[in-house]
Design a protein around this ligand. Structure first.
Ligand code: ADP
Ligand code: MG
Ligand code: MG
Length: 209
């Protein structure tokens, strides 16, 4: 996750993983939402991959911005604007650098999470993607402080996001569609927290290569 090519590769791999896990994300959303999260994300990310190929970005920031605008344009529902805002804030956070350092990656993750919170007003514990993003940002910050390289920062984020996503199971949703179910939302893993954990796992894997 250092160069423009790394960012583009990360998005391509995420698109492939979401395509693979499309049904699982649909099933998770069927339990507490409207069964479209897998389809929303798969369609949006396919459009992102296409757009990155049509207009190759000249910098990591431009790549992140391209993804942001495509997701906002192509993905309806809650997740389009939320992930769109996340990528847009990440794009701004990395500035005009050609090569990202570990601190830039950690700053991008923090900016992404802050954008999601600004847009969706969810707090940790509300059973949303914020429950994956927030522990991820904290773990990334700790790994950076400990002198971690980009792969270590992203691995820490990915592991924490996965634990955070799994920890949404017993929670009662207080934001988004799942909140309409009240207590009945407990017992199911949040789809958006799950797709967040997948994103960070993919980015970590690309950085480790
Ligand atoms: P929709 O709910 O509109 O059908 P998706 O199914 O694509 O959209 O996305 C649902 C996911 O969006 C949820 O699992 C949750 O993680 C996330 N989400 C919904 N509302 C919020 C919010 N206000 N803040 C953060 N995340 C949210
Ligand atoms: Mg849905
Ligand atoms: Mg929907």
């Amino acid at each position: 996750m250092r160069t423009t090519a790394d960012v583009v590769e990360g998005v391509r791999r995420y698109a492939a993983v979401v395509q693979e896990q499309r049904q699982r994300l649909i099933d998770l959303d069927a339990a507490i939402g409207d069964a479209d999260h897998g389809e929303n994300m798969a369609r949006g990310l396919a459009a992102c991959v296409e757009q990155l190929a049509t207009e190759p970005p000249a910098s990591p920031s431009a790549a992140l911005k391209s993804v942001a605008t495509t997701l906002m344009r192509k993905v309806g529902g809650a997740s389009g604007p939320l992930y769109g805002t996340a990528f847009l804030r990440a794009s701004t956070a990395v500035g005009d650098k050609d090569e990202l350092e570990p601190a830039d990656v950690a700053a991008a993750l923090t900016a992404a999470r802050d954008g999601i919170v600004a847009r969706g007003k969810a707090e940790p514990g509300d059973k949303t993607m914020v429950d994956a993003w927030t522990p991820a940002v904290e773990a990334a910050g700790a790994a950076l402080e400990a002198g971690g390289d980009t792969a270590q920062v992203l691995r820490a984020a990915a592991d924490a996001a996965l634990a955070g996503a799994e920890a949404t199971v017993p929670l009662v949703a207080r934001k988004g569609r799942a909140s309409y179910l009240g207590e009945r939302s407990a017992g199911h893993q949040d789809p958006g927290a799950t797709s967040t954990a997948l994103l960070l796992a993919v980015l970590a894997a690309v950085a480790e290569e």
